[in-house]
Design a protein around this ligand. Structure first.
Ligand SMILES: C[S@@+](CC[C@H](N)C(=O)[O-])C[C@H]1O[C@@H](n2cnc3c(N)ncnc32)[C@H](O)[C@@H]1O
Length: 327
């Protein structure tokens, strides 16, 4: 038992080493190169201008981690990682890796946040355009994977007008429109985010069904007469009072019997798991003034305080769920 304890602590202590191998391989362009075609060691070192000594160690570790395979002098991406690491694939998660590299610096200051209870992210500084792009790309990578799961588990008639509140890159909007050709979806988000979403969605087949509102959901009108309001990974950015304001506005913006669908990462009622949710809630400590992960009961109470009736909870992934309220 004590040996197991040592192994587990050792694994936790050294997890950053594997993380840094992945991040360096991404930053140096090693993964992009290997994912497009099998490549020999000498060519890789020459093309990327890397030392043979350093590249050798990096490739050894990537092989041992199972991300790449060595065949004689050449390297290829392992089965199962190909599409995820191929920049030409719709399943590419390079945007997410880039975002996590950025966030790692924030996580290095965790003790500071735990002492003060305050975020280390400077919330009063203007957001740089490259930060918006990086964030949006990461959200799109996640949405690309989660939206189809959500659409398989939640029923829509297909002729609704749906508001995607804080819709970010519009990945969910895109998947709603692909699945239901007669649905109308309005994406509400901050102006810079909406501009980026509009650019990337403008060539999509169902662009005519997509509508956009630029604004701040605390200050601006959300529009009205929606059949459904869907909001993914927005609520954890805020504290209970702010959520109450958002839910009250949603109530006003929905038709009678309209549906409010809140998709987020939820904690168990004791706040002891799932591990991913506890770590995400920590990330909100580092990054926001009042944000955190909530439990299912807390979310239902917040909905009921804004006059919604609880309808159902639908599991999506280990810690991601949708909680539905009805007006
Ligand atoms: C974590 S992202 C989620 C994006 C998208 N729903 C998804 O799941 O991919 C949160 C989104 O909420 C938007 N947001 C945050 N505060 C907002 C506000 N006050 N008004 C409008 N949008 C806001 C952000 O711009 C961002 O796109």
């Amino acid at each position: 038992m004590s040996d197991n304890g040592f192994e587990k602590l050792n694994e936790i202590m050294r997890a950053y080493r594997g993380t840094n191998v992945l991040f360096a391989a991404y930053e140096l362009g090693v993964l992009d190169k290997i994912s497009s075609h099998s490549i020999e060691f000498d060519n890789l070192a020459r093309d990327l201008n890397l030392s043979e000594k350093g590249l050798g160690r990096l490739l050894s570790a990537l092989c041992a981690m199972g991300i790449i395979i060595k065949k004689e002098k050449s390297y290829t991406i392992s089965a199962g990682y190909g599409k995820l690491l191929d920049p030409e694939s719709a399943s590419y998660i390079g945007g997410l890796i880039k975002h996590e590299i950025h966030l790692q610096k924030r996580w290095m200051q965790l003790s500071e946040s735990v002492i003060s209870g305050l975020p280390v992210k400077k919330l009063d500084e203007p957001v740089k355009p490259e930060d918006t792009v990086r964030f949006i790309n990461a959200m799109a990578n996640i949405g690309q994977r989660t939206a189809p799961i959500m659409l398989d588990r939640i029923h829509f008639n297909g002729n609704e007008h749906l508001l995607d509140l804080g819709g970010g890159p519009g990945k969910y909007m895109e998947k709603f429109c692909e699945r239901y050709p007669d649905i109308q979806v309005t994406l509400f988000d901050q102006p810079e985010t909406v501009s980026a979403a509009q650019d990337s969605l403008s060539k999509r087949k169902y662009f005519k069904n997509m509508h956009f509102i630029r604004g701040d959901f605390f200050k601006d009108s959300l529009g009205k007469d929606y059949d459904v309001i869907f909001s993914s990974n927005v609520i954890h950015v805020f504290g209970p009072k702010e959520i109450q304001t958002i839910f009250n506005k949603c109530y006003q913006a929905l038709k009678p019997s309209g549906r409010l669908l809140i998709k987020d990462i939820f904690l168990n009622e004791e706040y002891t798991g799932p591990e991913f949710a506890t770590l995400f809630s920590m990330h909100m400590l580092l990054s926001t003034e009042n944000g955190k992960c909530y439990s299912e009961k807390e979310m239902i109470t917040l909905m009921e305080e804004s006059q919604f009736s609880y309808c159902q909870t639908v599991d999506l992934t280990e810690s991601s769920m949708i909680i539905e309220g009805i007006k």
